[in-house]
Design a protein around this ligand. Sequence first.
Ligand code: SF4
Length: 526
Amino acid sequence: MTDQFVALDIEATAMDPARGEIVEVALVVFDEQGERERFSSLVRPRARLSLDIATLTGIDPAELGAAPAWPEVAPTVRRLVAGRGIVGQSVAYDLGMVEAAGVLLPNRVYDTYQLATLLLHDLPAYTLGGIAVALGETPEPGHRALADALTTSRVFRRLLERIDAFDPATLELLAATTRTGGMAEADLFARAAARRPTGPLFAVGDGASGPHEMAFLTPRERPESLRLTGAKGGIEPTRVAAAFAPDGPLSRTVDGYERRPQQEQMSLAVTRTLGRDERLLVEAGTGTGKSLAYLLPAALHAIAKGETVVVSTNTLALQDQLYRKDLPDLRDALGGGEAASPFAAAVVKGRSNYLCLRQWFAWLRQPLLDPAEARLKAKILAWLGQTETGDRAELRLAPDEEFAWRHVAEEEGRCVASRCVFQQRNQCFLYRARRRAEAAHLVIVNHALLLSDVMAGSRILPEYEHLVVDEAHHLEDQATNQFGYAVAERDLEEFAGSVLRRDGAVLGGSLATIAAFLGRAAGDDA
Ligand code: SF4
């Protein structure tokens, strides 16, 4: 295969290739060393450019009148793509436009979006700009075709470097899984594997389970649990008020911070409640800034006492938002950065959110048959050496890959932790999350897990004295789900019928009455 690639980007009058016309095309030829050639041209369409597209791209419709028509530009496009792999961000759209304009492209095609979802984890957005920033590249400004093609070429080169960083055994596995997953990017892994030295000296792992299994058999240190400090009394309200002051620490760490009297009022109420071991019910309207209003006093209280405060919210997404957005701001406000602050926080989710290492290594040895399962295997292979949490929220999974996650997620009943070598060596992601919680001042959970802990006799979460329930209006429904059970009328009828049959001659008494009642009720429903 060729070592040269061409980044392609198109601007068009519409998103649908059947209706749209190309108004700008850019191609950047590059190899691993850098750019080799570039071409960009406006293209005169037959239809007028819509205001939306003109505003988005900054293309002046007046300029298009003097631009060459597509038949004049097409030969250059053909020359530049000939024999080269085409690279683009969500490139199916660009290819569709070019092919609809009569230039067929039998080339190999590589999509930076697909590659980024495989190689980069936990990005806030997998846009071209977001991927570029995550890779340390500055995106070219504007939405013009050349700017995007240049950024795409640099992003792709960085992604190739990421591929080259894998060991040979992992590259072989990535090539096999992405090939079965129907990804054209499989070539890139095979190419990187082929360039590695071969022979016994360079072989890593046994090829069946890959090198990672050995890495996860090394014992990992356990964090020390929190220790009570013995401090008496509550947090001084003046400390909390000072944190919310216009020139206070939160104003320096929270983007767009503005003082909100209700936020401060709520925070002081939470402070008093924690100090007096009381209960508090707060209804906070939109825009109150309730998260920081309870997180700040809860963190100060937990640090002073050396104890854990549990914060429960309704969904996994809200858990992640608290953990990734609000807690870093709070951490900076409390101590000026991770190293300086004695503050520790942890997030704990239900067991099916974590990769089970025992299930994973068993599944990895199974033959590759299903494309979605193969793609999920590829994503996990690329992620496993980097993740600290094993939390699937870090992966960008398509719906069919989400469905395949069940192969590697632990489920109640299948895990025998006391006999699991990964748990014994503190490598199991689920148990590591729970151990991190034992060392954390704030533990962020969701309502379902909070209630599961109650059901499990407090065996999931660390001991805690204080609990903040955010989005508390959802707690009742969650409790109904967890503690309730549903029985259909038909089930009761069948049950009563089976008892009667077992007793044979019993035709009277309560059971017969219940069976007759259920029979009538079923008749009424019919
Ligand atoms: S302890 Fe349970 S969840 Fe963890 S790796 Fe072992 S089997 Fe999987």
